[in-house]
Design a protein around this ligand. Structure first.
Ligand code: GLY
Ligand code: MN
Ligand code: MN
Length: 433
């Protein structure tokens, strides 16, 4: 992330903090994959938002109204560690490179923090989020309370930093929206590529590889979450990530994949026929999901809530399931009793940003928060007919989801993932070409 963007985020957060408050954010450490190998490092999203810094074991301290106002703790330079494990920015270079007022070695954290926090009334952090941050804060509070003889004074209040910070992260700036548009464009093109390369007999993980290859070749080092490639009834497992089965002629495949570009996530789902041609049953169910998805997106503008769009989705999908003979009874009653949850068991959408399920208050479990300009969300209705569902066998084992990423504007919305086709005729044409 650009240094000026991160600096703007710090200024916005400082403006939201109470007077005489400090904020502490402890970044992520490396995570073991097995024995002595690690997963690729991914910075904590809050720390990344505020610093753009991508090294493990980094800590940010913001001291409102005092100098130095922004302080970073980073790993110290270490010749042997750098030869074996990778370069480090180090303490000396940190202030200039990160645009902060001061830097210390993270090894001096316990020793320096009490001095830097002494005299402040309010300590803000993310209680219960990570053991490292909790332990650091507990030790700090203890030290301040017991340090009267050294001139230390206890802070009066510990306050959750997430409320103001995540409210900021929920509202994307123009610069952030540009990065998100790029993440979405790369993701959309990767889905188009997978449609073109899909063949019966391929393994799901091979189709996954075509997606990842496209993303990497276009500047996305990592995916935003575990890619889902589910052929046939694997599509009915919502978080299926084994991706190990062969793709069968005559079945659909559901791909849920998104690139991570400079920290920001794309999150697209497309479902298409493995052999390039939808069957009649597949078409009938696909049309329902597509109609619902398009109707939900068409509603999105400031003032409308995800909950409102979901009500529309339920009217269309439950009405359609009854018309197809998959559900029986009165549509309104089936909606009120949530009988549809056998076939549509997840929410319609979620905030999207640095995290795929991004931070930000939804106001209620059914997501009643009115949308505002700068918010980015997914719309992703789906229908999943389990292989053992009590329906005509011709419907069994079909799973369909269609997911797009939508940015809310002053007077409506922009579909950031419109570049990948979703109409039946367009999918078949792309796959035939
Ligand atoms: N890929 C996770 C989701 O769609 O929510
Ligand atoms: Mn998804
Ligand atoms: Mn999603």
């Amino acid at each position: 992330m650009d240094q000026t963007l991160a600096a703007a985020h710090r200024q916005q957060l400082l403006a939201q903090m109470p007077e005489n408050a400090v904020a502490l954010v402890y970044g992520t450490s490396e995570v073991t994959r097995s024995n002595d190998t690690e997963f690729r490092f991914r910075q904590d999203s809050d720390l990344f938002y505020l610093t753009g810094f991508n090294e493990p074991d980094s800590v940010l301290l913001l001291r409102k109204g005092q100098s130095p106002e922004s302080v970073m703790f980073v790993r110290p330079r270490d010749e042997m560690m750098e030869i074996w494990h990778g370069r480090r920015l180090g303490v000396e270079r940190a202030p200039k490179a990160l645009g902060v007022d001061a830097a210390y070695s993270v090894e001096e954290l316990a020793q320096e923090l009490p001095k830097l926090v002494n005299g402040f009334d309010v300590l803000m952090h993310r209680p219960g989020f990570s053991k490292r941050e909790d332990d650091t804060v507990a030790q700090l509070l203890q030290r301040l309370r017991g340090g009267q003889r050294q001139g230390l004074a206890p802070v009066h209040r510990v306050q959750d930093l997430r409320q103001p910070l995540h409210e900021l992260r929920l509202h994307k700036s123009a610069a952030e929206l540009e990065l998100m548009a790029k993440a979405c464009q790369i993701s959309a093109d990767a889905h188009s590529r997978a449609m073109q390369l899909c063949q019966p007999g391929m393994f799901e993980y091979q189709l996954e590889a075509t997606i990842k290859h496209h993303c990497a070749m276009n500047g996305a080092v990592e995916m935003a979450y575990g890619t889902i490639v589910g052929g046939g009834d694997n599509a009915c497992v919502l978080h299926y990530t084994e991706n190990e089965s062969a793709l069968k002629d005559g079945e659909l495949v559901l791909i849920d994949a998104g690139a991570e570009y400079q920290g920001y996530a794309g999150d697209i789902t497309r479902t298409f026929p493995i052999n390039g041609k939808f069957s009649d049953e597949q078409k009938a169910l696909y049309r329902l999901v597509l109609e619902a998805e398009k109707a939900a997106i068409a509603m999105l503008k400031p003032g409308v809530a995800i909950k409102d769009a979901n009500a529309k989705v339920l009217q269309i999908m439950v009405g359609g399931l009854v018309a197809l003979g998959i559900m029986h009874g009165d549509v309104q009653t089936l909606i009120e009793t949530e009988a549809y949850k056998k076939f549509y068991m997840h929410g319609l959408g979620h905030w999207l940003g640095l995290d795929v399920h991004d931070v930000g208050d939804y106001h209620s479990a059914d997501r009643s928060r009115p949308l505002e300009p700068g918010m980015v969300l997914t719309i992703e209705p789906g229908l999943y007919i389990a292989p053992d569902a009590d329906v005509d066998p011709k419907w069994q084992g079909i799973g369909i989801r269609i997911e797009d990423n939508i940015a809310i504007t002053e007077d409506g919305h922009i579909n950031l993932t419109a570049a990948v086709v979703k109409e039946i005729a367009d999918i078949e044409a792309l796959m035939a070409g």
